[in-house]
Design a protein around this ligand. Structure first.
Ligand SMILES: [Zn+2]
Length: 359
């Protein structure tokens, strides 16, 4: 599947943390021809194994979940209060269209409402509206009418607009954090389909990263890998008003390699190994400035007795918003770099990973 179509398919799927099954089902179908076995664990992680000629296990991690909202209360006039799932910036929420997903599988449209500026006192007009003062309006007149639609407290809600191309080679859609990472793994598995690999690749498409690196933590424990790579969509700051020292990474300069973020300091040897593979393959890449954000690597590298871990990310502008963007060229350089790394990983192990042999 070409990069645009794959990103489009994954970006458009709903997968609020805790409600990832549509994403999981699509990924299982997409990777089925490229892996030897797969299963879904108790938390909902999809774990897929592609056997190599050795027992060396390289874990690849990407999270399926995305930030969203959850119905908290339905008032007597039919308005819904909500709580955020994952990190939202309240400045960008009001007036967006939302989709609510009922337990019976219905999708219900609504609007994210807030007090109109006309009725606010002047001192409040310049202030950010707190999330607790916003509400969801489903166009209903009463609680009974909302309940008759099948809506209940606990239902997930998404701001959801269709994926599209903007400009020549930029795409815009929701949840590129981290569907771009999921797609990176899928494209790399496809590229490696007919390769004979020494490393056994264990791809983990995990749940609830946005709620505290939950699926990545439990996936690492059960996979017990010798080495791990986390694939992400990360914050690009190459936009007006961002000084260079506050810019984590830039679009158009290839995948970003983490040296450190809020959750993790990458081993220098891992950063160097990724860079030298990129150089040899002629793939552009960049170092992501420390110490912005955090990823599943924060949990994975602490699993059991510690896992030698790295992070490769597609630079995305406007993450955790209704529309994030990425460049198709950065995405393609990312999966090519990942595929090249998978071919070398078992060889790198003996020189980089200073731990006792497993099993
Ligand atoms: Zn992420």
């Amino acid at each position: 599947m070409d990069s645009f179509t794959l990103l489009e398919r994954l970006s458009n799927l709903p997968g609020v943390s805790g409600f990832e099954s549509p994403v999981r089902e699509a990924i299982a179908e997409l990777i089925e021809p490229f892996v030897d076995e797969m299963y879904t664990d108790a938390l909902g992680n999809l774990i897929a194994l592609r056997r190599g000629t050795s027992d060396f296990r390289l874990m690849l991690d990407a999270h399926m979940d995305e930030v969203g909202l959850m119905v908290q209360y339905i008032d007597e006039r039919g308005f819904l209060s909500f709580s955020p799932i994952g990190g939202w910036d309240p400045r960008i929420l009001p007036s967006h269209l939302v989709t609510l997903f009922t337990a019976e599988g219905r999708q219900i449209a609504g609007v994210l409402g807030a007090d109109p500026p006309h009725i606010l006192p002047p001192q409040d007009r310049a202030r950010v509206i707190p999330l607790e003062k916003m509400f969801i309006d489903l166009g209903a007149q009463s609680r009974a009418e909302v309940e008759a639609m099948g809506v209940a407290v606990g239902d997930p809600v998404l701001i959801q607009y269709p994926f599209r191309r903007i400009g020549r080679e930029t795409v815009a859609g929701k949840a590129l954090d981290d569907r771009a990472g999921c797609a990176t793994i899928i494209k790399a598995l496809e590229a490696l389909k007919d390769e004979r690999l020494k490393a056994t690749i264990v791809a983990a498409f995990v749940v609830a990263e946005e709620r505290g690196l939950i699926g990545g933590r439990t996936a690492a424990y059960q996979i017990d890998p010798h080495m791990a790579l986390v694939l992400e969509g990360t914050v690009a700051g190459d936009t007006p008003g961002v000084p260079p020292q506050r810019c984590p990474c830039r679009q158009g300069e290839g995948p970003a390699i983490t040296v450190a973020d809020q959750s993790f300091i990458a081993p220098r040897e891992m950063v160097g190994a990724i860079q030298s593979i990129a150089r040899r393959e002629g793939i552009p890449c960049q170092i992501k400035a420390p110490a912005f954000g955090g990823t599943d690597a924060g949990a994975i590298h602490q699993s059991r007795s510690g896992v030698f871990t790295g992070v490769i990310a597609v630079p995305c502008r406007y993450t955790h918003s209704p529309f994030s963007t990425c460049r198709l060229s950065d995405f393609e350089h990312g999966w090519k770099l990942l595929a090249a790394f998978c071919k070398e990983a078992a060889k790198l192990d003996s020189t980089l990973n200073h731990s006792l042999p497993k099993h």
